[in-house]
Design a protein around this ligand. Structure first.
Ligand code: 3HC
Length: 382
C-alpha cells in the first residue's frame, strides 16, 4: 500500500469521532461506522462542536470546516464501511472477543492490501492480529483524548507486523500533524497508560486512606506536578468505564503493573462513568465539556510524592525493559498527557532517593511487589 486515501473509523465514541475528525482535517476521505444511527448522529454533533471551536480560535476557516464535514460520511453497514478502505482504525469497546470477531469479519471483506489498526488502550496487538490472515498488515495506532488536541499517537507493532506497515502508520500519524512515538514492545498499557492508569489508583488510595480530599489531591497533581488537569478530573474526563476496563486488562496481563483501588470498581459498578454519565469523582452537567476549578491553596494541603514515585517507577520500567527510550517516555507524557516538563526533571528536583524511599515504604506497608523500585530508577540514585 503506497498511499492512503480512504480511512475507515469503526466506533464513533469519544475516540472514534475524534480520529474521524482529524483524519478528515488531514484531507482523507473518512467513513465512520457504528452499530446505531443515534451514535453516529451524536458523533457528528461532537465533530461540529469541535470544528466550530477551531474556527472560533482561527485555526481553520468556516469554509474549511464545511469541506472537512463533506469528507466524512457515516454508516451502520460494516461492509460498506470497509469495502474501499486503505486504512481501517478500530475504536470500538475494549472487549477482546468483540474486537477479534470484528477484525475477522473485516479481514474477509476489506481490500487485500488495506492496513488494519486498533486504537485499543491496553489490549495485546499480537492477539488481535491473530484473528486475521494479514498479521503483517496489523498495527496499534493509539490516540489520546481528546484526539483533536493531544499531539501524541503511540504506534505499536505486534509480533508479526511488517516494517512497511509500521512506516505507513507513522506516515499517517505525521500526515495528521501529530507526533508518532514507537512503543517497541506490545506490553500492557503501552507507554502512557502504563503510567496514567496506575496513577489514578494511587491517588484513589490516598483518598481512601484519608491523606487528603479529592480537590486537594487534584490541585497538587495539577499545580505541583505540572499536569493540565487533576488526576480525578482526568479520570472522569477519560471515563471511569475506560479506566476500569484498562485496569482489569492490564492487571490480568501483569499483576505488577497497577495496584487497583476499590474506589474505581465502586464508581464503575454504580454507573458513575465521569463526564459522560454526569457523575464520577465529581458531578457534571451530562455530556458537556466541563473543567474543575482548582486552586493553589488546595494544592498546598497535599504532597503528591506517592504519585510521582509511582509514575517515575513505571516510567523507569519502560526504559529498563526496552519499551521506549527515556527521551520517548518523557515526550510521550508531555504530548499525551500535557505535563509541562519532563517527568524525570520533576523527579530530579524532588530527589530520586526520596522517591525510592517512598516506594520502599509503600512496598513494606502493602507487601505488594508493584512498589519494588525499578533498576533504572535505582541507577539514578547517587
Ligand atoms: N476540540 C476542540 N476544542 C476543544 C476540544 C475538542 N475536542 N476539547 C476542548 N476544547 C477547547 C475548550 O472548549 C477550550 O475552549 P475555550 O478556550 O473556548 O473555552 C479550549 O479547548 C482549551 O480548553 P481548556 O480551557 O479546558 O484548557 P486546557 O489548556 O487545559 O486544554 C486539554 C484542554 C487539552 C484537554 C488539557 O487539559 C489536557 O491536555 N488535559 C489532559 C488530557 C490527557 O491527559 N489526555 C490523555 C488521557 S489518557 C488517554 O486518552 C488514553 C486512553 O487510552 C485511555
Amino acid at each position: 500500500m503506497a498511499r492512503i486515501e480512504r480511512v475507515t473509523v469503526l466506533g464513533s465514541g469519544i475516540m472514534g469521532h475524534g480520529i474521524a475528525q482529524i483524519s478528515a482535517m488531514a484531507g482523507y476521505k473518512v467513513i465512520m461506522r457504528d452499530v446505531d444511527q443515534q451514535f453516529l448522529d451524536r458523533a457528528m454533533e461532537r465533530i461540529r462542536w469541535s470544528l466550530s471551536k477551531l474556527v472560533e480560535k482561527g485555526r481553520i476557516s468556516s469554509s474549511e470546516m464545511a469541506s472537512i464535514l463533506d469528507r466524512i460520511s457515516v454508516t451502520v453497514d460494516l461492509e460498506e464501511a470497509v469495502r474501499q478502505s486503505d486504512l481501517i482504525i478500530e475504536a470500538i469497546p475494549e472487549d477482546m472477543r468483540l474486537k477479534k470477531e470484528t477484525f475477522a469479519k473485516i479481514d474477509a471483506i476489506a481490500p487485500a492490501d488495506a492496513v488494519l489498526a486498533s486504537n485499543t488502550s491496553t489490549l495485546p496487538i499480537t492477539e488481535m492480529a491473530s484473528a486475521t490472515k494479514r498479521e503483517d498488515k496489523f498495527v496499534g495506532i493509539h490516540f489520546f483524548n481528546p484526539p483533536q488536541l493531544m499531539q501524541l499517537v503511540e504506534v505499536i507493532p505486534g509480533a508479526k507486523t511488517s516494517s512497511s506497515t509500521v512506516d505507513l502508520a507513522i506516515g499517517y500519524v505525521r500526515s495528521l500533524k501529530k507526533e508518532p512515538i514507537l512503543c517497541r514492545k506490545d506490553v500492557a498499557g503501552f507507554i502512557v497508560n502504563r503510567i496514567f492508569i496506575p496513577l489514578v489508583h494511587e491517588a484513589a488510595w490516598d483518598l481512601q486512606d484519608g491523606k487528603a480530599g479529592m480537590r486537594e489531591i487534584d490541585a497538587a497533581f495539577k499545580f505541583k506536578l505540572g499536569f493540565p488537569m487533576g488526576i480525578f478530573e482526568l479520570a472522569d474526563y477519560t471515563g471511569i468505564d475506560v479506566v476500569h476496563k484498562a485496569t482489569k486488562e492490564m492487571y490480568a496481563r501483569d499483576k505488577r503493573v497497577v495496584n487497583p483501588c476499590p474506589i474505581i470498581e465502586d464508581l464503575y459498578s454504580k454507573g458513575h462513568y465521569g463526564q459522560k454519565s454526569g457523575k464520577g469523582f465529581y458531578e457534571y452537567k451530562q455530556g458537556s465539556y466541563t473543567r474543575i476549578e482548582l486552586s493553589m491553596q488546595e494544592a498546598e494541603r497535599y504532597n503528591p510524592i506517592r504519585l510521582l514515585a509511582v509514575a517515575i517507577n513505571n516510567a523507569s520500567w519502560l526504559i529498563s525493559n526496552d519499551v521506549a527510550s527515556k527521551d520517548d517516555v518523557e515526550r510521550a507524557l508531555m504530548l499525551g498527557m500535557g505535563i509541562r516538563e519532563g517527568i524525570f526533571k520533576v523527579a530530579e528536583r524532588v530527589g530520586y532517593a526520596k522517591l525510592v524511599d517512598t516506594l520502599r515504604a509503600l512496598r513494606a506497608s502493602s507487601k505488594n511487589e508493584f512498589y519494588d523500585p525499578d533498576r533504572f530508577l535505582l541507577s539514578l540514585v547517587k
